[in-house]
Design a binder for this molecule. Structure first.
Ligand SMILES: [Zn+2]
Length: 432
């Protein structure tokens, strides 16, 4: 009987996030950043590109947001990849990018020659690499996912569908036009002329014909009227803060300092958002013959400790179609999102997929500020596994919060963390 193997991994790169997945040869990544730059680069070289992805072809690269601990390895990844077929990034407006620029510490700025270019013009920056085929910019969209596409293959195949959207244009043309217009205006990108950059509303994407990738992006809650007023005083009036305005500020140390000072005098009311990704088996009555098993491990990597520590803990079976129902194949990757702002919308959007989610990234490395324990009422699966990507060194002092861990354990769910020594990996096999 033919079979396909699956592997999804929260890698041991310290405080940050580097999640990698493979479905046979289909390779995808969600975030590639760490506060420990050397550790991450070493890991990419000696582990990821050596064992996980020696062909160095990445089918899908997703960036949740633009904080260092999620993207510091992106440039290295791109430089060392042979080809990246598709990059998916959230739309982060020039004003949000200005906030990122003025709130970075000096230490964070060290690695960042490329980051300065990136933050000024992220979409064109990514599109400028010859080995990147396409850049999808995702910005908001419908409140509920449209129905599954009718033409799901009955047998799983690796036939790729990299045109990243189901055809729901007819209902959403309004939203699409609006999204595209905003981005064209603020970024100065001419979408019609640029072959590589595509603007998308969030929604479902069928990466493979039996496995779906679903994206959700809540637009940022940016409310800084006082600061904006000050910026206008410094650089002149504008209607919508655009990339040109951002450029004027970032290209002059003097102006940047003024804008920074103005920011520190403002009571900042700014919540950063993240592009959330769900991926999992497509459930369909049309496909009775699929048999999928998944199990997970929390493992310690001898590379960063003594070889005798090469041990693992078996996590409970997540899904076995011989014994269980189609329950927990899904992984929900939440970046640094704030569940207090968007949980209800996220639940509405994902619908039944929420109850089919077996593995969830604890948002923002387990910070209590981003946690809403109401999510425990909705996450499904037999025994959901919560993973926090953290550091065992005291870098992120309150991450993960003991209160978050307590909430999870109180529900008899499983909590595990990956740090520079431990990783969390899920293996699966599809037989058909
Ligand atoms: Zn983070």
């Amino acid at each position: 009987m033919p079979s396909l193997s699956l592997k999804f991994k929260f890698n041991n790169i310290g405080f940050g996030l580097f999640y990698s997945g493979s479905i046979e040869n289909y390779k995808f990544i969600y975030d590639c950043g760490s506060r420990s730059q050397n550790l991450l680069h070493q890991f990419l070289q000696e582990n990821y590109f050596t064992f996980e992805n020696p062909d160095k072809i990445i089918d899908l690269l997703v960036i949740s947001h633009f904080h260092d601990d999620h993207i510091s390895g992106i440039k290295y990844l791109i430089d060392n990849a042979v080809r990246i077929k598709c990059v998916v990034v959230p739309y982060i407006s020039p004003l949000e990018r200005l906030v990122l620029s003025v709130t970075r510490s000096r230490k964070q700025r060290i690695f960042s020659n490329w980051y300065n270019h990136f933050i000024l013009d992220p979409y064109s920056y990514l599109a400028s690499f010859d080995n990147i085929d396409k850049v999808f910019v995702v910005n908001g969209g419908p409140e509920e996912l449209p129905k599954l596409p009718p033409e799901i293959g009955v047998r799983p195949t690796l036939k790729e569908k990299n045109e990243f959207s189901v055809d729901f244009d007819h209902q959403l043309q309004d939203i699409k036009d609006k999204v595209a217009e905003v981005i064209q205006n603020t970024e100065g990108i001419n979408i019609d002329e640029n072959e590589k950059i595509k603007i998308k509303e969030h929604g479902q994407v069928v990466g493979l014909d039996f496995w779906e990738f679903v994206f959700y992006h809540d637009q940022a809650n940016i409310n800084l009227p006082l600061w904006v007023k000050n910026i206008k005083r410094i650089i002149g009036d504008f209607e919508v803060f655009s990339q040109r305005d951002l450029s004027a500020i970032l290209h002059s140390d003097q102006i940047l300092q003024k804008v920074k000072n103005a920011y520190s005098r403002t009571v900042a009311n700014f919540n950063n958002t993240s592009l959330i990704m769900y991926h999992g088996l497509i459930y369909s009555d049309q496909r009775p013959n699929i048999n999928l098993r998944l199990y997970g491990e929390l493992a310690f990597d001898g590379q960063f400790s003594t070889p005798s520590l090469n041990e693992y803990m078996r996590l409970p079976g997540l899904y076995d179609s011989n014994t269980g129902e189609f329950e927990s194949t899904g992984h929900l990757l939440t970046g640094d999102t704030n569940l207090n702002l968007n949980l209800q919308r996220l639940i509405n959007f994902l619908g039944a997929r929420f109850s089919k989610t077996g593995v969830i990234l604890v948002p923002h490395h387990g910070s209590i500020d981003n946690w809403n324990n109401n999510i425990l009422n909705h996450a499904g699966g037999t025994i959901p596994v919560w993973v926090a990507s953290v550091s065992i060194i005291n870098e992120g002092q309150h991450h993960p919060s003991p209160l978050v861990i307590r909430d999870i354990l109180n529900r008899k769910h499983i909590f595990v963390s990956c740090n520079q020594y431990s990783y969390v990996v899920f293996y699966g096999i599809v037989v058909y």
